[in-house]
Design a protein around this ligand. Structure first.
Ligand code: AMP
Length: 437
């Protein structure tokens, strides 16, 4: 049963109970038994009514801690269930300003905990008894959209917050009926969100919070005009937060046009530069030997689950087919598959029902696959940024991980370019298939 953490819910009953607690405290042997709690430290004690004291006591009774941050008991219970004990850097730095209603520009990428950084303040602010949309989160990809929806739903599970995912490639009817049932938080990709606004199914006129998640990716994917149109449909009196791994000029312009001048700026260093838990391994292996190398390493490392990256959809399908022929438990993930197939494959991989997931870059950004100990760059990443994003799928949130990269005979220049930009140490491994053992 959802419980409420709004003190106003049962003012009478709660007031009486909390009142008893406050009057009991000072008499429990404290030297200033006559003084009221809360006033002793005030330099200029303002006369406090019973009501203000009771309100303070109530706030305390209903507040719990998440590291240094106080959260309502319902949120605390959810975070505990999610295994979040202390805030990550982006959470510690974003939650306090977001709570004050400030706009926020956060330079942070996936893996830093940015979803809960905006998810916690959203959940706190939602009125679960009202059935209109109060918060909107825009994400570049369907995968990220689903992940963010799940995360906010988890944080809001004891507050009865209804969160709906709106993305293309999936049944519009289902999304429309979810909206009609009354969603308070909508997480969506710009194209579908705009579509539903135009059909009159999504109304944003009472939205008080808008989040632009992975804004630079939305820019790369050509969504920026849609984003601007959506923003111009939201009330002017609102809070806007923008998260982006990079801050190109076009993003700064969006901030300029659609956010308040006094927005809070924060920059959280990419996880890869702060987390030392990813072991980076490199193997020089000829193109034609890569399958054998993969199987040799599978034996050596005993991969339970391995995320394998390739450049192209054809490459992904070919490698998945080869591994399948060799009796491996493997699935492919790329943009050429239907949304339903992608969702199912990802769920199977997350649940451990698939050992090898061969994917294109679609899977490398924004995916929240926790406890992923190994990733393999079967093809060399295009650049250092992609390399960092890919290996960022492992060793997240301080968990140990290993990122392996195959460098083929045609990849030496590309590898040099990446190597010169990645500061962390990279070990070179040896393969038995080359008789090095
Ligand atoms: P995000 O950057 O929001 O995609 O989060 C990256 C990963 O960190 C996800 O798997 C989250 O579930 C996890 N996470 C976020 N915040 C915390 C926290 N405070 N404690 C532990 N794990 C967290």
């Amino acid at each position: 049963m959802p419980e409420t953490d709004t003190p106003a819910a049962h003012p009478r009953r709660r007031t009486r109970r909390a009142g008893q607690r406050v009057t009991q405290e000072p008499s429990s042997g404290a030297p200033h038994a006559g003084r009221r709690a809360g006033t002793a430290a005030d330099p200029e004690p303002t006369p406090q009514t019973d009501e203000t004291l009771l309100a303070a006591a109530l706030a305390q009774a209903s507040a719990h801690r998440f590291g240094d941050i106080e959260v309502p008991v319902t949120v605390a219970r959810a975070l505990e269930r999610m295994g979040y004990e202390t805030p990550t850097e982006v959470q510690a730095r974003s939650i306090p300003p977001l709570r004050t209603g400030a706009d926020l520009i956060g330079q942070a990428q996936t893996g830093t905990g940015k979803t809960a950084a905006f998810g916690i303040p959203i959940v706190e602010k939602i009125d679960p008894s009202a059935s209109y949309v109060q918060a909107l989160v825009l994400t570049p990809t369907r995968e990220l959209c689903v992940q963010v929806t799940e995360e906010i739903a988890r944080i809001g599970q004891f507050r009865n917050v209804k969160t709906v995912a709106i993305y293309g490639g999936s049944s519009m009817d289902r999304q429309i009926s979810a909206l009609r049932r009354g969603a308070q938080v909508v997480v969506g990709t710009p194209g579908r969100v705009l579509d539903l606004i135009r059909r009159g199914e999504l109304r944003l006129d009472r939205v008080h919070t808008v989040i632009l998640d992975e804004a630079d990716r939305m820019l790369d994917m050509g969504f920026i005009v849609d984003v601007e149109t959506i923003l111009s449909r939201c009330p002017r009196q609102r809070q806007t937060a923008l998260f982006s791994a990079t801050m190109p000029y076009a993003i700064l312009r969006i901030c300029d046009r659609f956010m308040r001048r006094d927005a809070t700026h924060i920059a959280v260093r990419p996880e890869m530069q702060t987390v030392e838990s990813v072991r980076q391994l490199l193997y020089f292996v000829a193109e034609q030997d890569k399958v054998r190398a993969l199987l040799e390493l599978t034996e050596a490392f005993g991969f339970d689950r391995l995320l394998v990256f390739r450049h192209t959809q054809i490459g992904v399908d070919r490698l998945a087919a080869t591994l399948k022929r060799r009796g491996q438990n493997v699935a492919a993930l790329h943009g050429g598959l239907s949304q339903r197939e992608r969702d199912r494959t990802l769920a199977d991989f997350k649940a451990g029902r698939i050992q090898f997931l061969v994917a294109t870059n679609v899977a490398s950004r924004g995916l929240d696959i926790t406890d992923l100990p190994y990733v393999l760059n079967y093809d060399i990443p295009e650049d250092a940024d992609t390399y960092v994003h890919r290996i960022g799928r492992t060793g997240r949130m301080g968990k140990a991980g290993t990122a392996i990269t195959f460098v083929g005979e045609w990849d030496l220049d590309a590898w040099e370019a990446i190597r010169s930009q990645v500061k962390a140490p990279i070990e070179e491994g040896e393969l038995r298939l080359y008789g090095t053992a």
